[in-house]
Ligand binder design. Structure first.
Ligand code: GDP
Length: 504
C-alpha cells in the first residue's frame, strides 16, 4: 500500500476478482483499475453469480441505454402514452411499432438525487440492486452541476451510451418536484386501489418515493402488491435518501436470487459500491496526491470521521475526549504521557512498538485535527511509536449543491476507504460509504447521551453493511406496523439507529 504507484495492477487485482469489466479505457477513469493499489485487499468473497449478472446487466445497458435506437424508441413510446390527447400511434410508421423487439424489452429506473453525497451513493447502489433484480436499466438524473465530474461512467460502452439521463426532451417533466403527494407515486396509486396487476395497459410510468417522509402505502414497495403494481411499468422514477437495498431482502420473490448474488448477505454494498463508484480523474488526483504526500509513508493508516449532527449535540471538548477514549481505549492509537515535563524518550527497545501511524481526520470541523495533532506534537506516544495527524479540508458547512465541494467530499470518502482501521460517526452515511468501500467494520462513535460522552465511547460495528436508517417497519399482510429487525435472521436492528435495520 505504502508503495502505491501509478502502475496498473495485474489483471486479477485490477478487476477486483471479476467484479469490474475489462472493457474500459484505463486513462479515462484512472481510479477504476487503480483503487486496489490503495485499499486493503477485500476479504469478502464475490459470487460467480454476481459476476455473471453484472456482465448481463452491462449487455442490457449497451442495448437500451441513452444513445441507442432502443432508448430512442422507448422514450418515444413513453411520450406517446403520456400524451392523453395524441392520436393512437399508427402501426405502419410509428417509431414504437410492435416489431420493435429491442424497445419492447427495455425497462428503466431513473434515480434522482436528494441530500448529501453519502445518501446519494447509498440510494444509487440500492436502485442498482433493484435494477439487477428486475432487469431494468439504471439511469441517473443529474439536474444541476453538482454531480458533474464526480463519478465515472460505471457501465462499459460509454462511447455509445451513458448512465446519465438525457434531460432534454425527456417526457417526464419536473422530476425534481416529485414528492410523497405526486399522483403517479406508487403509494398513491395503491392507496386509490389502482395497482392491480392486470391493468391493461399498465401506466407508462410511476414514481417510487422511498424518502424519509414516506407513508405506509409507499412502503408497499417492499410488498408483493407493490412489486406487482410496478411490473410491466416501463419507466420508474425513484427518489430515496436511504440505503433501501436492505428492504429488498424482505420480498420473497427476490429471496433466491439475492441469496445467489450474495451468499454472504453482509457484503452487498461492499461489492456494489466498488463496482459502481469510481471517482473521476479530477477527484482521484486529489485523493492520490494527498495519500502520497501524507499517508503513504506510514505503516498503518487510521481514519477518523467526525460528523456533527444538530440533534446529537455535545461540546467539541467532550467529543474530542470521546474520540481519544475510543482510539486509545481500543488500542487504535497510542496514549500519551500527559506530563509535559517528560524528557524526550530514548530509542525504543522493541521495534514493533515503533509503528508509524498516520491519522486521517475527516470532518467539516478543524478543531479535532488541531487538538489531536497538538497532542502528539507536545507528548510522546506511549511505546515509542510515531503518530502523524492530517486533515485535507475543514469546509465548515455542507454545500451539496456545489460541484467542488462534492469533489472534495468524495476525495475524502476515498481517502478514508484506504484506511487500515476506521473510527466513524454514528448515523452518518458518509461514514457508511467509506467503511463499506474499505470492507472494514468500523469503530462507531456512539451518540451522546444527554449532551455528554456516552459509555462506551465507541463500539465495533457488527457488520460492514450500511444501515437502512428509515426502515419501512411495515407488515404487508396486516398492513400495520411490524419490526423489520425481527423478520429474518440476517437482518437486525442497527446498533447506531434504533429505527434502522441492516444486513449482518
Ligand atoms: P451524512 O449527512 O453524514 O449522512 O453524509 P452525506 O454525505 O449524505 O451528507 C453530508 C455532506 O456534508 C457530504 O456529502 C459533504 O458534502 C459534507 N460533509 C460532511 N462531512 C464532511 C467531511 O468530513 N468532509 C467533507 N469534505 N465534506 C463533508
Amino acid at each position: 500500500l505504502a508503495g502505491a504507484s501509478a502502475t496498473v495492477p495485474d489483471t486479477r487485482d485490477r478487476l477486483l476478482g471479476g467484479l469490474l469489466s475489462p472493457d474500459f479505457d484505463d486513462r479515462s477513469c484512472l481510479s477504476r483499475y487503480r483503487a486496489s493499489l490503495y485499499r486493503q485487499p477485500s476479504l469478502h468473497n464475490l459470487s460467480s453469480h454476481l459476476v455473471s449478472r453484472l456482465r448481463r446487466y452491462e449487455s442490457l445497458h449497451r442495448l437500451c441505454g441513452p444513445g441507442t435506437p432502443a432508448y430512442t424508441r422507448a422514450v418515444a413510446r413513453l411520450r406517446e402514452s403520456m400524451d392523453a390527447h395524441a392520436p393512437p400511434p399508427a402501426s405502419s410508421n410509428s417509431t414504437t411499432g410492435s416489431s420493435d423487439t429491442a424497445a419492447d424489452e427495455c425497462s428503466y429506473i431513473v434515480w434522482t438525487p436528494i441530500e448529501g453525497l453519502g445518501n446519494r451513493i447509498l440510494s444509487t447502489a440500492s436502485a442498482f440492486l433493484y435494477a439487477l433484480l428486475t432487469d431494468r436499466v439504471l439511469l441517473v438524473h443529474h439536474p444541476g452541476d453538482d454531480l458533474n465530474d464526480i463519478f465515472c461512467e460505471p457501465f462499459p460502452g460509454n462511447d455509445s451510451t451513458t448512465w446519465v439521463l438525457p434531460e432534454r426532451d425527456f417526457p417526464i417533466q419536473n422530476i425534481r418536484r416529485l414528492n410523497v403527494r405526486t399522483r403517479e407515486s406508487l403509494g398513491n396509486v395503491l392507496g386509490r386501489g389502482e395497482g392491480s396487476r392486470d391493468r391493461d395497459p399498465p401506466p407508462p410510468w410511476l414514481y417510487v418515493h422511498l424518502q424519509t417522509d414516506y407513508k405506509p402505502d409507499d412502503r408497499r414497495f417492499f410488498c408483493d402488491d407493490g412489486q406487482d403494481a410496478l411490473s410491466g411499468v416501463r419507466w420508474i422514477v425513484l427518489r430515496s435518501d436511504n440505503y433501501f437495498a436492505t428492504g429488498l431482502f424482505f420480498l420473497p420473490r427476490y429471496e433466491q436470487e439475492l441469496a445467489r448474488l450474495f451468499p454472504r448477505r453482509d457484503t452487498v454494498f461492499h461489492h456494489l459500491g466498488r463496482y459502481l463508484f469510481h471517482p473521476t480523474n479530477t477527484v482521484w488526483a486529489m485523493a492520490t496526491r494527498y495519500h502520497r504526500s501524507y499517508l503513504a509513508p506510514a505503516e498503518e493508516r487510521v481514519g477518523v470521521q467526525v460528523r456533527e449532527f444538530k440533534y446529537a449535540r455535545i461540546s467539541a471538548a467532550d467529543r474530542y475526549s470521546q474520540i481519544i477514549s475510543c482510539a486509545c481505549g481500543e488500542s487504535i492509537l497510542p496514549a500519551v504521557d500527559d506530563n509535559a515535563t517528560t524528557p524526550p524518550s530514548a530509542e525504543p527497545d522493541h521495534p514493533e512498538q515503533t509503528k508509524r501511524k498516520a491519522v486521517l481526520v475527516v470532518s467539516l470541523n478543524g478543531e479535532y485535527y488541531e487538538k489531536l495533532s497538538s497532542m502528539y506534537y507536545e507528548h510522546d506516544a506511549a511505546g515509542g511509536g510515531s503518530v502523524s495527524v492530517f486533515q485535507p479540508t475543514h469546509l465548515g458547512v455542507q454545500h451539496t449543491e456545489e460541484r467542488k465541494h462534492n469533489q472534495k467530499a468524495l476525495a475524502e470518502v476515498m481517502l478514508l476507504s484506504f484506511s487500515d482501521v476506521v473510527i466513524t460517526s454514528a448515523q452518518s452515511t458518509f461514514g457508511y460509504v467509506s467503511h463499506g468501500l474499505a470492507g472494514l467494520r468500523p469503530w462507531v462513535l456512539t451518540l451522546p447521551v444527554d449532551g455528554k460522552v456516552p459509555d462506551p465511547p465507541c463500539r465495533l460495528a457488527p457488520t460492514i453493511e450500511p444501515c437502512y436508517m428509515k426502515a419501512p417497519h411495515y407488515d404487508c399482510r396486516t398492513r400495520g406496523q411490524a419490526d423489520n429487525g425481527k423478520m429474518v435472521p440476517y437482518i437486525r436492528q442497527c446498533q447506531d439507529v434504533s429505527y434502522g435495520v441492516q444486513l449482518v
